[in-house]
Design a protein around this ligand. Structure first.
Ligand code: 3H9
Length: 709
């Protein structure tokens, strides 16, 4: 018997257990082992019913994404095919009960739906998240799910990729019973009950009662497409999956399955699948730090003190209470604290309106935040996060004060987005406890945290910061201590190039449109307005490295700040903002740009969207290559994770470094070298880009061992 699948018989019920840690993925050997165990139990005269259950923390979390990745890169042998297994489960004469806990996702839910019945523990979740990997369910999931829950619900689950809770699964017909108490015992009892029912056990594939008609389904498909276009912009799989659900409702089961498989295979081979699978592993790989092994001891955190109740501090406080921590929110005046608590209440109010939280849950969270003037009580904090103004002198003063009150063993973190961690740590008597936690605004929403390692930062402190990011539901990426760390350092050449394009003849609107059509969540000028133009202005003054770009100084941004145009908060920046906060082009800005260009003797021309994208995105890539070479990022994939989670880079393009790999480094290098000749020093190709391009290598290949095609 395969060790991945075990069977035992308890009181005439065969309990088949899948044991493939960590998440019982359907890796090679699991489907075969499961099919053999089902076959044996069906043949065994002493068995009346079967229960399939997952060992460890979950039922099956889906196909093995490693195999999927190999298939995406051209290895057809790795393409998972579960048809034989599903048929064997569904066609057997004895009832098969799928017992779900943890998460039944993707191929896991597909296996579960081939069973005759499903039972689940109340905190189990079920979903078809395949679209997040650029594919659709490929093991008859679209066909069975549509039959079990109906077209509307199937569309919702498959297009959004979001799992549903067990209670919702029960209500929609996906699950037959919830089991309180021990799952195996409850599932076996349920199986015995079903075994005495007359007739053959029900087959999902024979059901037609929820399939609707062409007329009743047409508006549902239209709504599904609208939802996909709105919420999953430019993604191919969410639209593709609607085609498979249409097939489920309009074709006989076998034909529907064939159609689903065709679409699945097409999606697996797509560029988007390669990128999204890269994103999946890149995110998980980011937590691996070579000299900080997984078993590094971490410090316990229950109470978090946050110094600074501004927008950032308030967002971090929300993220912290959402994760179950107690929070002390510190500022220098009652007024500042009231404003901070006001921001927090306002944000939670809108979550209640959007039904994300109940009013009771919000009240409980807010009650866990203790606003406080001064550092009294700060000695109780296990972690202190400084979130004051971006100014070195102020940060040093705050750290000296924190050092005086924080208990031994507390982690001291700074939320600086650009400043030198070592200098900040030197203001304390315990630099080994100091780490950067660079949250992104709004901190209660954005998933990225750059964890900045100073020269003295201790390994347990890094491990604690990594664990904290996970507990906060965020993705932590370790970066080195250089100006701007990784994300913001790359942002400057990208942003400046956009500003030069505007001085050279484009408009902010044209640049932003080119970038958003290419896939960026927002245009760079809209981002600058949202962050506040004074932020970059201050950085330009604080850090000489960012004052210009290889000799050329942007002309317009400073003038906008001097004119009081600080972005959204003042109602105008690169754009004009009305009540609706939508950016409107502003003639005044265009005049200012034209004047600045004329004074500097710049000849203004025209640009295609392609030129705009190349100048901005390639600036990002070239800087990324320098960062990689300097060791500020551990791997190219980490840079990808940072850009996809913190800067609105489209995940379906896999991040800037993965995108560069796919375009081909020789082509990127040739273009960068041409820009170098045309525009001078700021475009000097990164030596690493040059080397890899010459050797025919890629940024990401070494990391995942994949063969770029
Ligand atoms: C599919 O099923 C296609 C079918 O329709 C077609 C069939 C023909 N495979 O996330 P975590 C690893 S597509 C391989 O940190 P958590 C993960 O890399 C699949 N490995 O844990 C990590 O490894 P490491 C549809 C997987 O508790 C470790 O497990 N299914 C897989 O925060 C822990 O992961 C999905 O898309 C996998 N399927 O969350 C589900 N899943 O420790 C994807 C995880 O070496 N998975 N690993 O870094 C998830 O959403 C989360 O992992 C899960 C656990 C919620 C399960």
């Amino acid at each position: 018997m395969s060790e991945l699948v075990r069977s035992s018989i308890v009181d005439r019920v065969a309990v088949i257990e899948i044991d493939n840690p960590p998440v019982n993925a359907l890796s090679a050997g699991v489907p075969e082992g499961l099919a053999a165990a089902v076959e044996r139990a069906q043949q065994d005269a002493s068995v009346r019913a079967l229960v399939v259950v997952g060992a460890g923390r979950t039922f099956i979390a889906g196909a093995d994404i490693n195999e999927l990745e190999r298939a995406a890169w051209g290895d057809d042998h790795a393409l998972p095919d579960l048809h034989g297994l599903l048929q064997r489960i569904e066609d057997g004469p004895k009832p098969v009960v799928m017992a779900l806990h943890g998460t039944a996702l993707g191929g896991g839910l597909e296996v579960a739906m081939a069973g005759h019945y499903r039972v689940a523990v109340p905190d189990a979740r079920m979903g078809q998240p395949e679209v997040n990997l650029g594919i659709i369910p490929g093991a008859e999931g679209t066909q069975r799910l549509t039959r079990l829950v109906g077209v509307e619900k199937a569309l919702d689950m498959c297009v959004s990729g979001k799992p549903i809770a067990a209670a919702e699964a029960l209500e929609s017909g996906l699950v037959d019973r919830l089991i309180e108490g021990d799952l195996r015992t409850g599932a076996a009892a349920f199986a015995r009950e079903m075994a005495v029912r007359r007739g053959a056990p029900p087959k999902t594939r024979e059901r037609t009662d929820k399939l609707g008609t062409a007329v009743s389904n047409a508006p549902l498909y239209a709504a599904g497409r609208e939802l996909a276009a709105k919420t999953r912009r430019r993604l191919e799989a969410p639209l593709a999956v609607i085609g498979a659900i249409e097939a489920a409702a309009s074709l006989p089961f076998e034909e529907g399955c064939r159609r689903e498989r065709e679409i699945f295979v097409e999606c697996v081979r797509s560029e988007q699948c390669k990128a999204l699978v890269h994103a999946f592993f890149a995110e998980r790989g980011a937590s691996r730090v070579p000299d900080v092994p997984k078993d590094t001891p971490t410090r316990d955190i229950a109470t978090v003190a946050i110094v600074g109740a501004g927008t950032m501090g308030a967002g971090i406080a929300m993220a912290s209470v959402n994760a179950g921590f107690r929070v002390i929110l510190i500022d220098t005046t009652e007024r500042a604290l009231e404003a901070g608590m006001g921001t927090i209440r306002h944000n939670y109010d809108s979550s209640v309106k959007r039904r994300r939280f109940t009013p009771e849950a919000v009240a409980e969270r807010v009650a866990r935040i203790r606003p406080q003037v001064g550092y009294g009580g700060c000695e109780a904090a296990d972690l202190v996060i400084e979130a004051v103004f971006e100014n070195m002198a102020l940060k040093k003063q705050v750290f000296a004060e924190i050092d005086a009150v924080a208990k031994p063993g507390a982690v001291l973190a700074t939320n600086t987005s650009t400043l030198n961690i070592d200098e900040i740590a030197a203001a304390t008597s315990r630099p080994e406890s100091v780490v950067g936690l660079h949250f992104f605004s709004p901190a209660n929403v954005m998933r990225l945290v750059e964890i900045v390692r100073g020269r003295a930062t201790g390994r347990p402190v890094i491990a604690t910061a990594m664990a904290l990011a996970k507990r906060l539901g965020k993705v932590g990426v370790l970066v080195g201590n250089g100006p701007g760390f990784v994300g913001n350092r790359m942002m400057f050449p990208y942003m400046y190039e956009a500003q030069f394009l505007v001085e050279d003849g484009a408009t902010p609107e044209q640049v932003d449109r080119a970038l958003t059509s290419w896939g960026m969540a927002m245009g760079i000028f809209a981002v600058d307005d949202m962050a506040g133009l004074d932020v970059a202005w201050r950085v330009r003054r604080e850090l000489r490295q960012f004052a210009d770009a290889g000799g050329r100084r942007p002309l317009v941004a400073d003038r906008l700040v001097e004119a009081g145009r600080l972005g959204q908060k003042t109602g105008k920046g690169w754009y004009l903002y009305g009540e609706d906060r939508k950016p409107q082009p502003d003639r005044e800005v265009i005049d200012l740009i034209e004047r600045a260009a004329a004074e500097a003797g710049i000849h203004r021309g025209r640009f295609t969207d392609e030129e705009i994208v190349e100048r901005t995105i390639y600036a990002l890539i070239n800087e990324g290559a320098k960062i990689l070479e300097e060791g500020l990022a551990l791997r190219a994939a980490d840079i990808d994770v940072i850009y996809m989670n913190g800067y609105g880079f489209p995940a379906w393009r896999g991040g800037p470094m993965f995108y560069a790999d796919r375009v081909g480094l020789p082509a990127i290098h040739a273009k960068v070298a041409a820009f170098h000749r045309e525009f001078g020093d700021r475009w000097a190709p990164a030596p690493l880009l040059e080397t890899l391009a010459t050797q025919g290598k890629t940024f990401n290949a070494a990391e995942r061992g994949q063969t770029p095609s």
